[in-house]
Design a protein around this ligand. Structure first.
Ligand code: GZL
Length: 333
């Protein structure tokens, strides 16, 4: 039996009443019927740790509107897996039509996704990956994060070659994202799969800055105290990069094009692209948060019973001083 969920005033995603309604849908999904009933989507978002995350949430809210036939319930897990699991369980008990979530880390999702399957509610992964049997989710919308890591290493190869430093000893430190997240695991693996081909590249240290500016600055301060000669910082998101640059400048050093320390960053949010344009960040590997329209597309396909790909990857670029100006104006986040 499908349900029509009433969202009363008060907390986001807090439901007071469930009003059963007649439907001929055997699997119990809400449908956009001729009486205009809505598709109920329960969305568990990791948090608001970064500009990227906020943009990702906004893209979902722009895509899943009432005008387009959706009733979106969002929950901010504040970077805690247990909050995501709680939200998913609440969506199951309220018999939403679809569950969408970005898994904060890869492990720990089997049980709750089995509960969603047993309740007949399709699950869509967005952004990050969950380490579960692929039968437990309908599809995944994401970026190619491993490729992002590889792009960073390929750019560094090219940059060093241009400076005739390809055979110099290069000391690298890595600001990792949330440990165990697919974003961190795959960026690390992508970069290091190529770094391993260069015996003269020395990864001195890797520490997590948890994708935040404050922690990124704190870790960079430690790196600067520990290592006398850092040539490259690989920072797995722009928010940590902002903190790292602050720490480097407070230590009396410079970053970027012609600077003391090369900065390789990820996400390519507007404020970071401005630093690319100013030459303070050498390269920014885009990770595209605009995934809401893909979500709308896959839900519509599911509504029509059409087959889905197992993964949908959004397009992304690499920004340096050479191409960034043409994209700054259009960057909305
Ligand atoms: C990447 C995404 C990461 C971003 C960070 O797919 O999961 O999480 O790179 C965000 O900015 O916090």
């Amino acid at each position: 039996m499908a349900t029509l969920l009433l969202l009363t005033q008060g907390g986001c995603g807090v439901f007071r009443d469930i009003v059963p309604r007649e439907t001929d849908e055997p699997e119990g999904h809400a449908r956009i019927q001729d009486n205009g009933e809505l598709i109920i989507v329960g969305f568990s978002q990791i948090g608001s740790e970064s500009i990227w995350r906020t943009a990702n949430t906004a893209s979902v809210e722009r895509a899943l509107t009432k005008e387009k036939g959706y009733f979106l319930i969002s929950d901010n897990a504040r970077q805690k897996q247990e909050n995501q699991i709680k939200a998913i369980r609440s969506y199951i008990s309220q018999r939403v039509d679809y569950i969408v979530f970005s898994p904060i880390t890869e492990d720990g999702w089997d049980t709750v996704l089995e509960e969603a399957r047993d309740a007949g509610i399709p699950v869509i992964l967005m952004d990050r990956m969950a380490n579960v049997d692929e039968s437990l989710y309908a599809t995944r919308i994401c970026t190619d994060v491993t490729k992002e890591g590889e792009k960073a290493a390929r750019w560094l190869e090219g940059d060093l070659k241009e400076k005739n430093r390809l055979h110099d000893d290069i000391n690298i430190v890595v600001l990792q994202g949330t440990l165990g997240s697919s974003s961190e695991l795959e960026r690390t693996a992508g970069f290091e799969s190529i770094a391993a081909q260069h015996g003269n590249w020395h990864i001195l240290d890797r520490q997590t800055g948890d994708f935040t500016t404050a922690k990124g600055k704190e870790v960079m301060e430690q790196f600067l105290k520990t290592y006398a000669d850092i040539d490259v910082v690989v920072s797995q998101n722009d928010d940590m990069t902002f903190g790292a640059i602050e720490a480097i400048e407070e230590a009396g050093l410079t970053t970027g094009v012609g600077g003391d320390i090369i900065i390789i960053s990820f996400d390519a949010v507007r404020d970071a692209l401005k630093l690319v344009q100013a030459g303070k960040i050498n390269v920014d590997i885009e990770c595209n948060p605009e995934q809401g329209e893909y979500l709308d597309m896959v839900i519509q396909k599911l509504e029509r019973g059409e087959p889905l790909e197992k993964v949908y990857m959004v397009e992304e670029m690499v920004f340096t001083q050479r191409n960034v100006s043409g994209y700054l104006e259009s960057r909305t986040y």
